[in-house]
Ligand binder design. Structure first.
Ligand code: PLZ
Length: 451
């Protein structure tokens, strides 16, 4: 099915969720696929575009997940399908390191232009987010000739050995999978809602603590890179208190440390800006991107200052598939779609609608003794609610799971997140029609009433 025949943009439930065909497939999955590969909602998809996922039983679900912040331009977006199909028919692979092709260079040029800062940049392409983060570390080490890497509480950077080490949360990402790579150090992040002395002190105190730990426990002169998500994704859409990121950037600059923004989840119009760093005018030395870059095809990148990117010797970076021609064609189609359809504007509008309705919901349950929204937060189409036990701030993972389950049963795909598993996160495709956005929020309200 091509993008030329868009699916009806409606929720339609014709069976229980999951339906009988999905249940059959799930039984096959359990017999064939490794148990470690989980599924949030075992509804098997047959087609998807715009704001809906259609399943094998004929149900049409509203998508508030975008396959974890990937299909920002929607599934099978027209320009993505057109460009990738054309490339698929022309050639599928040569390996850029053997006999190159234009698409790779064109994607690099686009990233050099779109990422924050107007300095001279270079880009290298990879397949997954974790691979991009690993390569950012390689590049920073080659440039600085130092080894230590600093990451933050609640951070997530991937599932490979090095990126597991960079990731904060043990279960499910790290448990039993060690030992982890050395020279990784973790420091506090400015998490306003949970900062003990109050949100107003959070940015300055968290930055001072992080810097003190680096100076005293590692030594600034040993640090190759500081890596941070400008809004933490898997950690629960934690938006560091304003001023925290600029303080860390300034410290990195003063100490010759490469500042790496991991924008794998926040990138490509997701937050209503091209990149989340744009919000405070933060200019990272290196930026890692993936997910939204190619409309669903696997592609990832490290982009940054030419002198840093060029520090690795020729042949030091690469991989068989990095910058695959079909994925590059898809990326050019996705970026074209973001520009032509003003997806930054669309993400901003999604944010307005969601924040308005979720704050009203928070108010509605302010005095409930069953469920409580501690905080509504996020930017653009990257919005979350953090659930706590009524009367305090104790994380409520049970209510979070119950609400997600109730949403799923009604045909709304929502994801959870958070170090404490108590965050419902919303990542709709940026092309989500507003009536579906509102219908999804109606379902969420119903789920709150039902738990
Ligand atoms: N950095 C900021 O969000 C991927 C992980 C889902 P890969 N996040 C979704 C899961 O449970 O595996 C992510 C991210 C940030 C890096 C990554 C890693 O990207 O493409 O999954 O390797």
């Amino acid at each position: 099915m091509s993008a030329a025949t868009p699916l009806p943009q409606e929720r339609r439930l014709v069976t229980a969720i999951p339906g009988p065909k999905s249940l059959e497939l799930q039984a096959r999955k359990l017999g064939a696929v490794a148990a470690g590969v989980g599924t949030t909602l075992p509804v098997y998809v047959s087609r998807a575009n715009g704001g809906v996922l259609e399943d094998v039983d004929g149900n049409s679900l509203i998508d508030f997940g975008s396959g974890i912040a990937v299909t920002n331009v929607g599934n099978s977006a027209e320009a993505v399908v057109a460009r990738a199909s054309e490339q698929l028919a022309a050639f599928t692979h040569t390996c850029f390191m053997v006999t190159p092709y234009e698409g790779y260079v064109a994607v690099a040029e686009q990233l050099n232009e779109l990422t924050p800062g107007d300095h001279e940049k270079r880009t290298a392409l990879f397949n997954s987010g974790a691979e991009a983060v690993e390569n950012a570390v390689k590049i920073a080490r080659a440039y600085t000739k130092r080894t230590a890497v600093v990451v933050f509480d609640h951070g997530y950077h991937g599932r490979t050995n090095l990126t597991m080490g960079l990731t904060a949360k043990n279960m499910p990402y790290k448990q039993g999978f060690g030992p982890f790579a050395p020279e990784i150090y973790r420091v506090p992040v400015a998490y306003p809602y949970r900062w003990l002395t109050g949100a107003e002190n959070c940015a300055a105190e968290a930055a001072a603590q992080a810097i003190d730990i680096i100076n005293k426990q590692i030594g600034a002169e040993n640090v190759a890179a500081i890596i941070i998500e400008p809004i933490q994704g898997e950690g629960g859409f934690i938006e560091p208190a304003k001023g925290f990121l600029p303080a860390i950037v300034e410290y990195a600059k003063a100490n010759g440390i490469v500042f790496v923004a991991d924008e794998i989840q926040t990138g490509f119009c997701r937050t209503g800006q091209w990149f989340a760093c744009d919000d405070e005018g933060v200019v990272p030395d290196l930026i890692t991107t993936a997910k939204g870059i190619a409309g669903g095809l696997p592609l990832a990148a490290v982009t940054g200052r030419a002198e840093i990117m060029d520090a690795a010797h020729a042949g030091g970076l690469g991989g068989t598939y990095g910058g695959n021609p079909v994925a590059c064609a898809a990326a050019l189609g996705a970026i074209e779609t973001m520009k032509e359809q003003d997806l930054n504007g669309k993400a901003q509008r999604i944010g307005e609608v969601m924040l308005g309705r979720l704050r009203a919901l928070q108010e509605k349950y302010a005095h409930s003794d069953r469920v409580s929204i501690g905080e509504v937060r996020g930017r653009g189409a990257m919005i979350a609610v953090e659930l706590v036990k009524p009367g305090g701030k104790e994380p409520d993972a049970e209510a979070t799971a119950a609400i997600a389950k109730a949403c799923h049963a009604e045909g709304l795909v929502v994801l959870t997140a958070g170090t404490y598993g108590n965050v419902l996160r919303f990542l709709p495709p940026l092309v989500m029609p507003e009536h579906l956005l509102n219908e999804g929020l109606d379902i969420l309200e119903g789920a709150f009433a039902a738990v």
